[in-house]
Design a binder for this molecule. Structure first.
Ligand code: DAH
Length: 341
């Protein structure tokens, strides 16, 4: 073994170089262990101090401890510089341009029937009608009996009605909302009631679930003339000024008198075409003066109050508006179809 202080000088030069040359954190860790680890060269010198003659011990000890402190400082400095370089590299690699435009999230739209429904509701709201709703699983009382359907009326038949266990039905029309909205309330009323209805029926023009809207008004004077005026205004609002309406005498248990209404076919302007089966007219819905028995079922004095009601399909309107030939296309959820509206 040479002169210990000279050994320290050599060690110092060597340590400075190895630490500066450590290319990454593991290499730096290894260099530190070689110097300061349990078997590291500096540790060995410190451990060997006891074997030195007493007059050298203090001097060498001081120099070794100073070097130990310096080595720690160099390691820390090198570590900081390696870490800084790594951070700079990573920042350069993962550059983020905050000025780039964002990803545009795909945006949906309302179903064509919902679009029609909202327009209908908005129109009647402008006339002071408010929206009423009722359950889709309905009692026979609300769906039929209170609407003056006799027990043996064909509409109650299995052919039309979906019966639910326990004596309920899937409502076959929105008219039962009349009963729910009027029972236990005092007229005057102006209500509009859109919603889903169900019938055991399936063809190009029929689907077992479809949408109707019911409207009704009760006060001391509401007349068939008021009904016609409102329906004309409604038709022109929805379909344009040139549309005409036609009322045909008809029968519904819950209205008397009753009528069915048609509007001029907008495809052929009334001349006759396949859409209107050459008739020039398209069926729109039913209407009439609310039957006194219906008012009676709702606890309303039919001697004092009278009113009109109307009901119509919403899906047909959406189909006509968009030239959709088959009602099934509306409800099968095929996005290739629905995205077009
Ligand atoms: N509820 C009838 C149906 O589904 C439609 C209807 C006709 C409703 C005449 C009415 C009305 O309010 O007055 O076929």
């Amino acid at each position: 073994m040479g002169e210990p202080v000279q050994d320290l000088a050599a060690l110092e030069a060597d340590a400075r170089e190895t630490i500066a040359a450590a290319a990454d954190l593991p290499a730096l860790q290894a260099a530190r262990a070689a110097l300061l680890g349990r078997k590291g060269s500096l540790s060995q010198i410190l451990r060997g101090l006891g074997g030195l003659p007493p007059e050298e011990r203090g001097r060498v000890g001081q120099a070794a401890n100073r070097l130990k402190g310096e080595v720690e400082a160099w390691v820390e400095a090198r570590r900081a510089s390696l870490e800084g370089a790594a951070r700079d590299r990573s920042l350069a690699e993962h550059q983020l341009d905050v000025s780039l435009p964002g990803d545009v999230a795909p945006r949906g739209h309302l179903h064509p029937t919902t679009q029609v429904e909202r327009e209908v509701v908005a129109f009647f709201a402008s006339l002071g009608f408010s929206v009423e709703t009722g359950p889709e699983v309905e009692t026979e009382y609300h769906n039929f009996e209170a609407l003056n359907f006799p027990d043996d009326h064909p509409a109650r038949d299995m052919q039309d009605t979906f019966f639910v266990e326990g004596g309920a039905v899937l409502r076959t029309h929105t008219s039962p909302v009349q009963i729910r909205a009027m029972s236990g309330r005092e007229p005057p009323f102006r209500f509009i009631a859109p919603g889903r209805v169900y019938r055991h029926d399936r063809s190009l023009r029929h689907f077992p679930m479809f949408h109707q809207v019911e409207g009704f008004m009760v006060d001391e004077r509401a007349s068939f003339a008021d009904l016609k005026g409102i329906l004309y205004a409604f038709a022109r609002h929805m379909m344009g000024e040139r549309v005409d309406l036609r009322f045909r005498a008809s029968f519904f248990p819950f209205t008397e008198p009753s009528a069915e209404m048609d509007f001029t076919c907008l495809v052929c302007d009334g001349a006759g075409c396949p859409t209107c089966s050459q008739s020039g007219w398209v069926e729109w819905g039913g209407c009439g003066m609310i039957h006194p028995n219906v008012l009676g079922h709702c606890g309303i004095d039919a001697e004092r109050w009278q009113g009109f009601a109307f009901g119509m399909g919403l899906d047909r309107a959406a189909m006509l508006r968009h030239g959709i030939p088959n009602i099934h296309l509306l409800f099968e959820g095929d996005l290739r179809v629905l995205e077009q509206f």
